[in-house]
Design a protein around this ligand. Sequence first.
Ligand code: GDD
Ligand code: MG
Length: 370
Amino acid sequence: MKAVILVGGLGTRLRPLTCNTPKPMIPIANRPFIEYMLHRLRDQGITEVVLAVQYLAERFRAALGDGSRLGIKLHISEEPEALGTAGAIKYVEHLLDSTTFVFNGDVLTDLNLIEMLAFHRSKGSKTTIALTPVEDPTQFGLVDTDRDQRILRFTEKPRPEEITTNLINAGTYIIEPEVLRYVPPRQFFMFERGLFPVLLQTGDPMYGYPSRAYWTDIGRPHNYIEVNHDILIGKASYPFPGTETQNRVWLGENVEIADDVQIVPPVVIGNNVRIERRASIIGPTVIGDNCTIGTEATLEGAVLWNDNQIAEKAVLRSCVVGAGNQIGVGTQVVGGAIVSDGCTIGADNRLDKQIRIWPNTTLGDQSITF
Ligand code: GDD
Ligand code: MG
């Protein structure tokens, strides 16, 4: 069984976290998301995967190679220009010979692929779209089906008055390669606004497969923090590195924690981390590799990537701190704030209200205090 993972998007909504790191490579609970995806596919019998990338292909090659480390055969296909979601599949059509899974590369889900495939076959479907319920479908592709689950309508990013169901395109498809005959080669062409509407007109059987599996699109900052929390509290299954040393506290190697540090689970801590005296680490919190957390600092609901130095009395609450940052004494990073990579933030700043600090920014002491 083969699959194509679409990873060509620019990850604009997650900027500045995606300035240096392609969206599928960003770590979730200390593990690059794409690695998790490849493991999950392999565990469900998909042994050959094409990554359809559009930029930073070298980063994918360096991290994943030919996939042998993960037990799959991996092809990395780089589009000469953005070809759109269906155009990207058309571009690798020569690698596909039978029923194929297609995944949006930014969806974290534990959807059962084997059951979805059985559904696809039982319906004699040519294109099957996994569906998931959401509260606000306006950010997604709305899918109406009849009682037999045959798709009647597909409306990408519907206006509020167009909402007729809470079921949306969950970003997992099964296609029979023959439907690619409707996709023009080497042209920008989307599934959502191109191929699906065409298939509705031609009458090729297209079905929706609804499921209540855990589902989230990690491509939005609020979702990114939430999905890390969901994994730590066990709402979504996602194997992450570390050894569980006490109830829901996972530690990497070479971790030094001073005696009077307060840790409230669930907490995941990477390798080579030092936590100094009287610091509080309140879960759900993720600390990447090579981080130092200073005396009396407080982390609560925070997601830290690798190589961060957090000075004493800093407060990091419901925020993301990318890689290689220095956070000054007493500085607060709270309220959904994002500090990206390589920043030096002086003492006694308050970064709040979803503020986004771009890579390599230097802020003096008390520069932002609103
Ligand atoms: N190779 C390639 N080339 N990949 C692309 C391209 C392209 O030109 N454009 C987008 N992608 C990839 C993105 O990297 C992402 O993994 C996936 O296709 C979907 O693109 P997004 O930009 O994240 O779309 P969205 O989240 O607004 O909407 C899509 O996903 C929703 C579910 O999360 C649509 O498919 C909606 O219908 C769907 O509900
Ligand atoms: Mg998306």
